[in-house]
Design a protein around this ligand. Structure first.
Ligand SMILES: [Zn+2]
Length: 323
């Protein structure tokens, strides 16, 4: 069954990672083409407005781990007497819905926040979460990107430096294990994949893996070449995710249906490899980007993976750039 049947997509699922695709999709529905160009930057506002009013849903997993969906990237929460630990912070304007969802999981304050990478739909909640007591931990490149003006070419957007409270106070560049609420929480940096600051988080006893945006469940992923991402990095990260998981592991993707498993992850990896090979063959044969899109190298996968805002031509562009 397709993602769209089980899990209806709506405007609330738009996220910054999908912004170029959203602009494209929007031209037919809720913006005229002229407006789409004029308001390319206004999409951030649209996405924020959408996140501000969208509901946040909670799915209890196991071992006191819950996943929250509805504010940008999927957020994992570990609860317990030591305080709550969050994996990703969502979009800042969803603060009230997130606060409500977090309260429903218990009275403890948020003491720790791990960013899987620097993108707005995963880290723009950093400032308010820090203001209520969260220590922020991330890859050293995530701190760098949050501290500086950051241009993302594919979004045609310049992000301003984050406020001081939003900057991670603790950075990692190698594996690191935390102990909290009786759980072992392992942070593992990837080689550059979706960005150059991706980190996975493994809840050891509960056997749960949060992949950040190295894995999008059932939808073509965004790849951020502006900050070190690449298709080959995404494939290598998928292999690392598969090596870290067993058939029993619950996998939380950065985007898409928030509770996943190794067989769905394997399908994602195989889709990336197949499209990468087809696009590389066309590019090596001298095809331009337009000719490559016209050859439809994603055709076998579009019905399943191309129904979200990263559409087949845009995903082809992201692969073509890296082969
Ligand atoms: Zn992202």
């Amino acid at each position: 069954m397709g993602l769209q049947q089980k899990h209806p997509l709506s405007r609330r699922h738009f996220c910054l990672c999908c912004m170029t695709g959203a602009a494209f999709a929007a031209t037919g529905s809720w913006l005229t083409p002229r407006q789409a160009y004029a308001e390319a930057r206004g999409l951030v506002t649209l996405i924020k407005d959408s996140a501000a009013s969208s509901p946040v849903s909670a799915y209890k997993l196991r071992g006191n781990v819950t996943v929250l969906e509805g504010s940008g990237g999927n957020i994992a929460v570990l609860t317990g007497a030591d305080g709550k630990l969050l994996v990703d912070a969502g979009i800042s304007v969803a603060r009230s819905q997130l606060t409500q969802a977090l309260s429903s999981l218990g009275p403890e304050t948020v003491t720790h926040l791990i960013n899987t990478h620097w993108h707005f739909d995963h880290a723009s909640g950093n400032d308010w979460l820090h203001s209520v007591g969260a220590k922020i931990i991330a890859h050293e490149n995530t701190r760098k990107h949050l501290s500086e003006i950051q241009r993302v070419e594919d979004w045609d957007y310049n992000f301003l430096p984050s406020p001081a409270g939003a900057i991670p106070s603790e950075v990692i560049s190698a594996n690191r294990t935390l102990k909290l609420n009786g759980a072992s929480i392992e942070l593992k940096p990837y080689r550059p994949a979706h960005t150059d600051g991706d980190v996975s988080v493994i809840f050891g006893e509960a056997d749960i893996l949060h992949t950040g945006d190295t894995y999008w469940n059932g939808i073509y992923p965004f790849i951020d070449y502006s900050t070190g991402g690449s298709i080959d990095g995404m494939i290598a990260a998928s292999d690392a995710n598969l090596a870290a998981a067993t058939d029993n592991t619950i996998i939380i993707p950065g985007h898409g249906k928030p509770v996943s498993n190794t067989s769905e992850l394997k399908e994602f990896r195989d889709m990336l490899v197949d499209i990468r090979d087809k696009v590389a063959t066309l590019k090596k044969a001298g095809r331009t980007f337009e000719e490559t899109v016209a050859a439809k190298p994603t055709a076998a996968h579009d019905a399943k993976w191309g129904q979200f805002v990263i559409d087949p031509p845009f995903f082809t562009k992201l692969v073509y750039a890296g082969v």
